[in-house]
Design a protein around this ligand. Structure first.
Ligand SMILES: [Zn+2]
Length: 455
């Protein structure tokens, strides 16, 4: 494929990490404040500042082009439409694995805005394609996830309270979806001609047990999208965050089966619920109080049918997270040993019933780790676009749709879609449109800087 004429080169592989990266990830101290740079890194920090400034001038030149300026203006003048889209989309339930109704609405909105070929793929993703002036160039993908953490039946009526919109999922990720639609509208109506093809994708399965189902389908083996030039996820709010490091996760379901029986008549039976309790105690003991780069949490547990019965079955679900795959593997191995030890201890405590418990460990989630280096053109461009709007870029690690392309070596980031929010993942979630326009405009500039402009 001919990539020689792209305006801002974006490799399909992360650049090799350099000894003095031009942009260093901001590391947070325990208070959440950035840690002070050591003197050894002072020169890297000043390089970072000059590098971002240089790129900001590229961004300023891009923003000054007539069609791009028009697109930016359209984002502003259609802001009411964007907020109306958020309100409409958030009211359509979209629990993970049940995103279809919301997906259909997003597809219809793409079609209405002039993307007639928008379609829903086999994984439930909505995919809308915009032609590039150079059709043979690798595409840029911009995505926002459809699903929410809320179950069917949760009240999704939007309330207004002191200038805030309140509804479960209003920020995460109705905001990202509305921004995705706004980008499509502005690109089409402004007459801007991107050089690279652009794919606008609303994905399924980003939350909870979804295990990044939608984005994993996009990048499945032999998918031509594995050659994508870049991937930008719009997730949540804000106009400073740039997620370039992928926090991975390994999720385990632990099922413990027993014979079960009467709590008095069958006293002395090995008890699956007791084994789950022992397992949780062992797992909790694995958590090192000062470990900041790994997390381990039992998120759900259950089992049994009656208070006066020894359960036939009990279970728990465990979430392990880390920035490195090696850490994930290490903690997973320890967690498995801890659970086996718990079951063995419960059996040993009931010598009359050897082998009365059966343990099954199932991997129910596996999100890969990785990093788009801060020196990569995509990250630097996102930093520059952030600086262009007068904000300081905040380079962070998180778990998002970008995990999958990052792990495949495709330059990928996740950014907020503007505005402010709080109480995310609770029924008290709220959104304020303060800085909403800026967030969408930042995304537009990053997208166009990477896609290039034809004339
Ligand atoms: Zn989200």
């Amino acid at each position: 494929m001919n990539d020689a004429r792209s305006e801002i080169p974006v490799s399909t592989r992360p650049a090799a990490p350099s000894a003095t990266p031009a942009v260093r990830p901001v590391r947070r101290g325990a208070t959440g404040a950035p840690e002070a740079d050591t003197s050894a890194r002072a020169s890297a920090a000043s390089e970072r500042a000059s590098d971002i400034a240089a790129r900001a001038s590229d961004i300023a030149a891009l923003a000054a082009r007539a069609t791009v300026a028009h697109a930016l203006e359209l984002v502003d003048v259609t802001d009411d439409r964007t907020v109306a889209d958020m309100i409409e989309l958030v009211s359509i339930p979209a629990p993970t694995f049940h995103e279809l109704d919301r997906a259909r609405r997003v597809r219809d909105r793409f079609v209405e805005s002039g993307l007639p070929r928008a379609e829903i793929d086999a994984a439930g993703n909505v995919v809308a394609r915009m032609a590039g002036a150079a059709a043979d160039l690798r595409p840029v993908i911009v995505a926002a996830h459809l699903d929410t953490v809320f179950e069917a039946g949760v009240d999704l009526v939007v309330r207004e309270d002191a200038g805030r919109l309140c509804a479960p999922g209003i920020a995460d990720n109705a905001r990202g979806l509305a921004a995705l639609l706004a980008l499509g509208r502005a690109l089409l109506a402004s007459g801007v001609r991107p050089r690279r093809p652009i794919l606008l994708v609303a994905t399924t399965g980003e939350e909870g047990r979804g295990d990044l189902r939608g984005v994993k389908h996009l990048f499945q083996e032999r998918s031509p999208l594995r050659e994508a030039a870049a991937f930008i996820a719009l997730d949540g709010t804000g106009a400073r965050r740039i997620v370039h490091r992928a926090v991975g996760s390994r999720r385990l379901r632990i099922d413990i089966d027993g014979v079960g029986g009467h709590s008095w008549g069958d006293r002395g039976l090995a008890n699956p619920a007791h084994a789950v309790g022992r397992a949780i105690a062992n797992l909790a003991a694995l958590i090192e109080p000062d470990a900041r780069d790994v997390a381990l949490s039992v998120g759900r547990l259950g089992g049994g049918t009656s208070v006066n019965a020894v359960p036939e079955q009990a279970w728990l679900e465990l979430d392990i997270r880390a920035e490195s795959g090696a850490s994930l593997d290490r903690i997973e191995a320890r967690a498995r040993a801890a659970v086996h030890g718990a079951v063995a201890a419960e059996i040993a405590a009931r010598p009359m019933e050897p082998d009365a418990l059966e343990l099954r460990v199932t991997v129910i989630g596996d999100r890969p780790t990785g990093e788009t280096p801060a020196t990569n053109a995509l990250v630097r461009t996102a930093c520059a676009a952030t600086t262009y709007f007068g904000a300081a870029p905040d380079l962070i690690a998180a778990s998002t749709d970008a995990n999958v392309p990052i792990a495949l070596g495709i330059p990928a980031i996740a950014i907020g879609a503007g505005g402010e929010s709080g109480r995310t993942h609770t029924t008290a979630e709220w959104y304020s449109n303060q800085g909403g326009v800026t967030g969408v405009q930042r995304a537009l500039l990053v997208l166009l800087a990477v896609a290039g402009i034809a004339d």
